[in-house]
Design a protein around this ligand. Structure first.
Ligand SMILES: Nc1ncnc2c1ncn2[C@@H]1O[C@H](COP(=O)(O)OP(=O)(O)OP(=O)(O)O)[C@@H](O)[C@H]1O
Length: 286
């Protein structure tokens, strides 16, 4: 069953279109990633799915019905700003959220959160705050988890732990909608929706999205000179090990820039990575 269905959803703010005719679904046990540059419309789409903002046109269905107080009790939401109370303790925050969802007692705190139970949330680190926000969002056993940039600002280990929780929930049948800027996180999703300037410009698996997009790989003994020359030519150049890669261009343009700088190199067209596909889209956004 589809937990979320967005059907041709548009949201305007005055004459500005923040979300433009987006259709998407999230099914049971599915992790759907929402990707896009800052301002692409991800948070606005999430707010419409949660029922916090009404679409200007189009239709949202949450558990088969229009978003409402009733549907809201079946979802867990971790906002970008986490929505915790800095002047309450860890335990008090959890008790408060649990009560707000009408459950009698909060779940037992475990691990580092248990050790920090009596500390004010404002005094604990961001990694632990994010862990608490997850625990609070999951306390009432929601059928759908909506996560807006859930791991931004936390270290790699804490990020991996949070993703373990996300995968565990999905395995129990919970649907997950997650926005992220991290390509490694995007690769953990079952499906992706790419947003640019409010519109969904790509959808499907990573392979579906990258499709036949290509990048250029440069092999050379003098990769620092090659990187420098391509950067100065205004190309989207990155380093992958000692290989120089250039997104959103063709071999002829790269060859010309390298020749002009007098850097001998072997230039070839290769399949793009997801990140390079995103670079392409984000450059269009600028
Ligand atoms: N209430 C509002 N009034 C006017 N414009 C808004 C409002 N909310 C969002 N916008 C605009 O809509 C666009 C999309 O914003 P949104 O927050 O959805 O993007 P985003 O993809 O979530 O970006 P980010 O990753 O930075 O949060 C932005 O240009 C933003 O300024």
């Amino acid at each position: 069953m589809s937990l979320v269905t967005a059907d041709g959803v548009t949201r305007r703010f005055g004459s500005f279109t923040a979300v433009d005719d987006v259709s998407m679904t999230v099914g049971e046990g599915e992790i759907v990633g929402l990707l896009g540059a800052n301002g692409a419309g991800k948070t606005t789409l999430i707010k419409m799915i949660l029922g916090l903002t009404a679409p200007t046109s189009g239709r949202i269905r949450l558990f088969g019905a229009a978003p409402s107080r009733a549907t809201r009790t079946r979802l867990g939401y971790v906002a970008q700003g986490l929505g915790l109370y800095a002047t309450l303790t860890v335990a008090e925050n959890l008790a408060f959220v649990t009560a707000a969802y009408g459950r009698k007692s909060p779940p037992a705190l475990t691990g580092a959160l248990a050790d920090a139970g009596d500390r004010l949330v404002g005094d604990i680190g961001l990694g632990l705050q994010r862990q608490l926000a997850f625990t609070a969002a999951l306390a009432h056993r929601p059928a759908l988890l909506v996560l807006d940039e859930p791991t931004s600002g936390v270290d790699a280990l804490a990020r991996a732990r949070l993703w373990d929780v996300i995968h565990d929930e999905a395995e129990r049948g919970v649907g997950v909608l997650v926005t992220t800027h991290y390509m490694q996180e995007a690769q953990q999703c079952d499906r992706l929706v790419l947003m640019s300037r409010g519109a969904a410009v790509g959808a499907g698996t990573e392979a579906d999205i990258v499709a036949d997009t290509t990048a250029v790989e440069v092999r050379t003994a003098d990769w620092t000179a090659a990187f420098d020359a391509l950067h100065r030519a205004g190309l989207a150049v990155t380093l992958a090990g000692r290989h120089v890669r250039v997104a959103d261009t063709d071999p002829a343009a790269v060859d010309a820039a390298l020749r002009a700088a007098g850097v001998p190199a072997d230039v070839r067209q290769v399949p793009a990575t997801l990140e390079e596909k995103m670079t392409r889209i984000c450059r269009i956004d600028l």
